[in-house]
Design a binder for this molecule. Structure first.
Ligand code: GLU
Length: 523
């Protein structure tokens, strides 16, 4: 193994918007492959489209990579020996590559105008056989004449002189297996445009060759570019890397995953309360498996065990139910501190939503967005800082119940109601007003226990004391605790009751019982 070249892979996004989950999976595979082989992971920004490649779009990609925890060894912000890592800063390398190809006689200038090309195409399309690519008019121009026309400033592009006598272009794709393309169908493609800019296929090959990339792992939408790129490698006299093309990610309806399916970008998943660890785990399994059965695979394992031969060419289906389940597993295991850190925004929103109830101006959770002003969020965030221990104590209340972090807003708002309650009508009807359930007595009994300062303000002690009191009154635990739950938390499906009570001030708990009793029983 020692004589094998060090693995160098790259992720080469075009910064045209948010990072699609398909792109993220490509990034994860490159990253994991580099880590598993002790190789280098390069991030290269393919920013040749001047309209869409804005700084903002570059930041979107870098932030998504950072959020996912995919650290790159070379690239923007970290630099490296093979830089610069933005294509727009590598124009001199493309010019040098063109010069080399001219010297090797593997390209030629083409002076055909757009109108001429359009006319040729239209004519060919009208004939039997159709258009089969550029007709190579300029390929056999006399070299001296071509030089003179260039010197005279005549607009021209540079085309690859496809070696017509060549054998089929074959390669062994690490995922697709053996692939072969007949050379006859290869167009004398443009490598450098009239304005001197490189085409996509040319720039990619120059970069991959100059950066010493050994494995090109990318989406299979690039499979048809690969034979063209191989011809360019050969025209440059460079080694062809190993290719690995990744299948598509489909939605549950079997169509390519897109916005129509809901969230499709890394940013959206972040905004919706998914954890980066869960996303990396989930996306890694869209086309790769450790052993065909293990579903929870942490980063360390992925980075140790990832191999290309376990990548399947079958299209992968994005199963959101599975992602939700997986995210829940990661939430359950992440621990209180990490949870608070990851949930800051949602805890702030729970605070704002709950405090509105305390202030007597309850908000409809669906319409609460307007209440989340920057100032309100900042004040709520300051509260998290000040009372970090209390916020951490909320974690056990929800750790087993959250699939997404954003659900904490609804689930925990009641912890911020102060002395007030917002009673859910259905719960009132089913529990507090239930025929013969003696809910008013149950509430009064629990209130007396909770008011008794001799009972420790601690979940288990409080629960036991309430239970004992209920027994004396011959009220079953369920009929005792459900009314209390509705009075404290507003509904029947709250987090564990006494654990929640323990985290609230006694005065607030008693005030909530009084408020609920008054509202329902008028007492
Ligand atoms: N920049 C190309 C894209 O975003 C990727 C090129 C490649 O991986 O070869 O699709």
């Amino acid at each position: 193994m020692t004589d094998e070249k060090k693995v160098r892979v790259r992720f080469a996004p075009s910064p045209t918007g948010r990072l699609h989950v398909g792109g993220a999976r490509t990034a994860i595979y490159n990253w994991a492959f580099a880590r598993a082989t002790g190789g280098d992971f390069v991030l290269r920004i393919e920013d040749t489209d001047p309209e869409r490649s804005t700084q903002e779009n570059v930041d979107v990609i870098l932030n998504a990579m950072k959020w996912l925890g995919l650290d790159w060894d070379e690239g923007p912000e970290v630099g490296g020996m093979a830089g610069p890592y933005f294509q727009t800063q590598r124009m001199d390398t493309y010019a040098a590559a063109l010069k080399l190809m001219r010297e090797r006689g593997s390209v030629y200038p083409c002076f055909c105008t757009k109108d001429e090309l359009d006319a040729k195409r239209a004519k060919a399309e009208a004939e039997e056989g159709g258009y089969a690519g550029y007709d190579r008019t300029c390929r056999d121009l006399d070299a001296a004449e071509a030089d003179a026309r260039i010197a005279a400033g005549e607009p021209h592009v540079w085309r690859l002189k496809v070696p017509l006598e060549r054998e089929p272009i074959e390669f062994d794709d690490a995922v697709y297996g053996h692939v072969s393309f007949p050379v006859e169908v290869m167009d004398d493609m443009i490598v450098v445009r009239t304005d001197g800019s490189p085409t996509y296929n040319f720039a990619v090959v120059c970069d991959d060759a100059n950066m010493g990339i050994t494995h090109v792992i990318r989406g299979d939408d690039h499979l048809s570019n690969t034979p063209r790129q191989i011809l360019i490698y050969e025209a440059l006299g460079k080694d062809v890397p190993t290719f690995a093309h990744l299948s598509m990610i489909l939605g549950q309806d079997g169509k390519k995953l897109s916005k129509r399916h809901g969230a499709a970008s890394v940013e959206e998943f972040c905004e919706r309360g998914y954890l980066p660890d869960a996303m990396v785990n989930f996306l890694a399994l869209l086309g790769w498996s450790l052993d065909g059965e293990t579903t929870l695979i942490d980063r360390e394992t992925l980075c140790r065990e990832f191999t290309l031969d376990r990548v399947t060419k079958k299209d992968a289906v994005f199963d959101e139910t599975k992602l939700d389940w997986m995210n829940g597993q990661y939430v359950k295991d992440m621990g209180a501190n990490a949870w608070v850190r990851a949930s800051l925004l949602w805890l702030a929103k729970a605070n704002i939503l709950g405090s509105a109830v305390a202030a007597g101006t309850p908000l409809d959770p669906e319409e609460a967005e307007g209440a989340y002003s920057q100032a309100a969020i900042e004040a709520a965030l300051a509260d998290v800082q000040e009372r970090a221990t209390w916020y951490c104590a909320l974690y056990p209340l929800v750790a087993e119940r959250l699939t997404r972090l954003d659900e904490a807003v609804d689930k925990l708002a009641f912890m911020f109601w102060g002395p007030c309650v917002q009673l859910d009508e259905k719960s009132v009807a089913k529990v507090l007003r239930k025929e013969g359930a003696r809910a008013d007595e149950a509430l009064a009994a629990c209130r007396s226990v909770l008011a008794d300062e001799s009972v420790a303000w601690e979940a288990e002690a409080l629960q036991e004391a309430c239970r004992a009191c209920g027994e004396k009154l011959e009220i079953k635990p369920k009929l005792l605790f459900q009314p209390l739950r509705v009075a404290i938390c507003g509904n029947m499906v709250s987090p564990p009751l006494f654990e929640s009570i323990e985290l609230l001030p006694r005065a607030d708990v008693l005030a909530r019982i009084d408020a609920a009793t008054k509202e329902v029983f008028g007492g």
